[in-house]
Design a binder for this molecule. Structure first.
Ligand code: UN1
Length: 512
């Protein structure tokens, strides 16, 4: 059975989309067990996808191993050329794929299209990177010796991705891994298998057109169990996992036990500090986009707003008026800011957090609620809300994947920074201030402890050119730009003696 990615993918006829595991050029299945993909937009079943069995998985790994023997010998700039062609395909399919992302995942159409743009951007970045896999050369302490380092392909890279960025985060990993000479095995979220299959199909066309082995890009479908196979498998050199801290801890421990490598991009609990020196005309839209974009389901979502007490009343007023202008509804329609949450479990998580805020004594500046009635039949639509809260409350300390913004007042910048850092996660952070001293203190060694720290822009919507990831329970991994490529290669130090004697390092004498 072959799943064709059509120009007009919506709506997807349910009976014609049952692909499963893929080593590349073909999809097959050895079980009738399926994952059902429901759109949170209207609650409809849009696809059934066969899950991978352990036997399917092993077949995939063997195909990937065979492909690696060939792919690692393709010159890196030539691998870049293949990724360039992939970027061209994603340009051609941007509209269709962006719509499918919005339909399957529920984010607004501009964000769905933006997600595909991230794929295109990382393709372009990776093409350039393919000619810049630089190693250093060192001066040896021994005469007539040369010392340098090389970066070699690592091998098989497992990519476990989350529903909230069903395709972009995979591409950050895959495009770099491919120019680095690795082959990829992707396990997409079981909540968004269809977007993954569409991408796999696009990649396949490029590989086939270039007579490349199918195992360069593999796909395995299923739940937690499939992720565990990757984590425990010594044949998989690197496992890159994006998702909850709970998932990441399990993956990280399993990979560490076999001395493999992991790259973890886990939960965030991102804050914006709003100083009395802030330009609120910049700050308010940044806060609202950060808090309600992707319905609060980005790992970079703004969850906490740490506001100087002198401007708290003004910020509350402005937020209430901005939130009143939000349009919640079908994310494929023009003018919609907020689509549904991914499923009813996510709505229950939102409701639980709201109840907990109330039980802790929190009050709401913008009231929460779930939406029902015409247009909201899927039961996945909630109202973005803003709560007065305290940083140490357990509900504030954890990441709830929903549009809930906590307002926390501060008196001094030192206090604001320690509140910002006072959570277990360390992904993204920002300050709004026009005061140079405040901005520099926030960015200093004693400032934000996050992997991303911004001034006068929000916490979400990072460009692909920077290294993406965070500290503490966020997992420490860095993906995407800067020198993140190094995670996908192995470094080899080479010392070469072109002389006629054998001097030892550290001045050691050894005579026979
Ligand atoms: C994620 O939510 O896992 O910075 C990734 C952003 C996006 C990526 C988020 N470029 O918000």
């Amino acid at each position: 059975f072959t799943f064709r990615f059509m120009n007009n993918i919506l709506p997807v006829p349910q009976h014609s989309t049952k692909p499963g595991t893929s080593t590349g050029q073909q999809f097959w299945h050895s079980t009738d067990k399926t994952i059902d993909s429901y759109s949170p937009v209207d609650g409809s079943l849009i696809a059934r996808v066969y899950t991978s069995t352990r036997a399917d998985y092993d077949r995939v790994i063997e195909t990937a191993q065979t492909a690696f023997q060939q792919w690692r010998n393709v010159p890196a700039p030539r691998r870049g050329e293949i990724v360039r062609q992939m970027g061209e395909q994603f340009r051609a399919y941007k509209n269709d794929l962006g719509r499918l992302v919005s339909f399957e995942m529920g984010k607004s159409l501009p964000e769905g299209l933006g997600e595909v743009q991230e794929i295109i951007d990382i393709c372009d970045f990776a093409v350039g990177q393919s000619r810049q896999l630089y190693g250093l050369s060192m001066h040896s302490e021994r005469p007539a010796h040369r010392m340098y380092e090389q970066w070699h392909p690592l091998g098989l890279v497992g990519i476990i991705s989350a529903f909230n960025f069903p395709v972009a985060v995979w591409s950050w990993n895959a495009m770099l891994a491919w120019v680095c000479g690795d082959v990829c095995i992707w396990k997409p979220s079981e909540k968004t298998p269809l977007t993954a299959l569409a991408c796999q199909q696009i990649i396949q066309d490029v590989l086939r057109n270039n007579d490349l082995p199918e195992g360069v890009s593999c796909l395995v479908t299923g739940g937690r169990e499939v992720g565990e196979w990757l984590a425990r498998d010594p044949r998989v050199a690197l496992v890159s996992a994006t998702g909850s801290t709970r998932m990441g801890r399990a993956v990280g421990m399993a990979v560490a036990e076999r001395m493999g490598r992991s790259l973890l991009e886990l939960g965030g609990n991102n804050a914006i500090i709003v100083s009395p020196h802030a330009d609120l005309d910049l700050a308010i839209p940044a806060i609202v986009f950060g808090a309600v974009g992707t319905a609060g389901q980005r790992c970079t979502t703004t969850r906490r707003l740490i506001v100087h007490e002198s401007i708290l009343a003004d910020v509350r007023r402005r937020l209430a008026s901005a939130y009143a202008q939000l349009h919640i509804g079908d994310p494929l329609e023009a003018g919609i800011h907020v689509g549904p949450l991914i499923d009813k479990d996510a709505v229950a998580g939102y409701q639980k957090a709201v109840d907990e805020i109330r039980a802790s004594g929190g009050t709401f500046v913008v009231e929460p609620g779930t939406l029902s009635g015409p247009g909201y039949e899927s039961g996945c639509y909630v109202k973005p809300c803003v709560a007065n809260a305290q940083n140490e409350w357990p509900v504030v300390q954890r990441e709830t994947f929903a549009p809930i913004l906590y307002l926390i007042p501060y008196k001094t910048l030192d206090e604001a920074i320690s509140l910002q850092n006072g959570v277990p996660q360390g992904l993204s952070s920002a300050i709004f201030t026009l005061n140079l001293r405040e901005a520099e203190q926030f960015l200093s060694a004693a400032g934000s402890d996050c992997g991303i720290a911004n001034v006068n822009i929000g916490t979400s919507g990072a460009e692909i050119g920077g290294a993406f990831g965070g500290e503490k329970e966020t997992g420490g991994g860095r993906e995407s730009g800067s020198d993140a490529w190094k995670a996908y290669m192995r470094r080899q130090t080479n010392t070469l003696n072109y002389g006629t004697t054998l001097p030892l390092a550290q001045g050691i004498t050894f005579e026979l």
